[in-house]
Design a protein around this ligand. Structure first.
Ligand code: CP
Length: 334
């Protein structure tokens, strides 16, 4: 495929290949000379209509480490405030020559529109569209899970990443991943369910009924409303906590959020719930976190937390995606 718009764009072979190339990229980052000449002369535009810390900076780092030129655009402080449309913004940036456009937008489907309307000649990467998808987040999560739980010679429950390249070629077959919280607003949850399923993992979503989307029955996963039961009986290998997205709850169809105290009591990963987990289980969160709401400090800062490591893995995964789109072949279904 020329674009990465959805986790569903990747079939099994393509997903494993991206993870393997990301391993190679991570290996280069451990060496003294970090910068590769691969994308010299190419331009990557980061087109951010919604706030971001991790995704924007890691795409910038990834592009620069591949020697691409990077143009960072954020809607704040731009002519978007004067009413300029996505089309005109994209055409303006295309005139500066974009080989890849990494787009984050509050409207679900905006990256698809950009890719299909011909407003850019570059490859389009979805960096998060509304409540819809965030495929590179799912890739970095799968990469993190694979490193911890599928690396040859990595003792289960070690809580540390395995050596370089030792997970190469493997998928997540049979692993149990439990994703907890505000699924309704989570593009991370949707992309993870699609990608983890493609890679063979067994996914369970845990959420209050009011924070699940319509049509959840068609997703390739199980659904539960009982976190204690899911942690105790489900024996997950990875538990991924989702941010409660209060900023999206005022809009139509915004979901119901009882109170911070009630949510935390029923769906927060507390120190007590942490103790229900098997010894080898990793604790994940895409960030940004609401500490004390969906995740306790005990869980976020515990040795089994991979939260900071996920951010570092995001650079390697995004290097792989940019490299495969611009200089290789992403493969996949689209
Ligand atoms: N996980 C994630 O997408 O974080 P940012 O919103 O900071 O990019």
């Amino acid at each position: 495929s020329r674009h990465l718009l959805s986790a569903a764009d990747l079939d099994h072979a393509a997903a494993v290949h991206v993870l393997d190339v990301a391993e190679e990229m991570a290996a280069t980052q451990r060496r003294e000379i970090k910068k590769l000449p691969t994308l010299r002369g190419r331009t990557v535009v980061n087109l951010f209509f919604e706030d971001s810390t991790r995704t924007r900076t890691s795409f910038e780092a990834a592009a620069k480490r591949l020697s691409a030129d990077v143009i960072n655009f954020s809607a704040k402080g731009s002519s978007v405030s004067k009413g300029e449309s996505l089309k005109d913004t994209a055409l303006t940036l295309q005139a500066m020559g974009a080989d890849a456009v990494v787009i984050r937008h509050p409207a679900s489907g905006a990256p698809h529109r950009l890719a299909r309307a011909g407003w850019t000649r570059g490859s389009v990467v979805n960096a998060g569209d509304g409540t819809h998808e965030h495929p590179t987040q799912a890739l970095l999560d799968a990469f993190t899970i694979r490193r911890h739980l599928r690396a040859d010679g990595a003792p289960t429950g070690s809580g540390t990443a395995a050596g370089p390249g030792s997970a190469t070629g493997r998928d997540l077959d049979g692993l149990r991943v439990t994703i907890v919280g505000d699924v309704l607003h989570s593009r991370v949850a949707r992309s993870n369910v699609l990608l983890l399923h493609t890679l063979g993992a067994h996914v369970t979503l845990v959420a209050p009924p009011t924070l699940l989307p319509v049509g959840i029955g068609g997703w390739p996963c199980e659904v539960s409303h009982d976190l204690d039961g899911a942690l105790r009986d489900g024996a997950p290998d990875a538990v991924m906590m989702l941010r409660v997205q209060r900023e999206r709850m005022s809009t139509a169809g915004g979901g119901f959020f009882p109170s911070a105290r009630e949510y935390s009591r029923r769906y927060g990963l507390s120190a007590a719930r942490l103790r229900l987990l098997p010894e080898h289980t990793i604790v994940m969160h895409p960030g940004p976190m609401n500490r004390g709401l969906e995740i306790s400090a005990d869980a976020a800062d515990s040795p089994r937390s991979t939260i900071v490591e996920q951010v570092g893995n995001g650079v390697a995964v995004r290097m792989a995606v940019l490299y495969l789109l611009l200089a290789g072949d992403l493969g996949g279904r689209a």
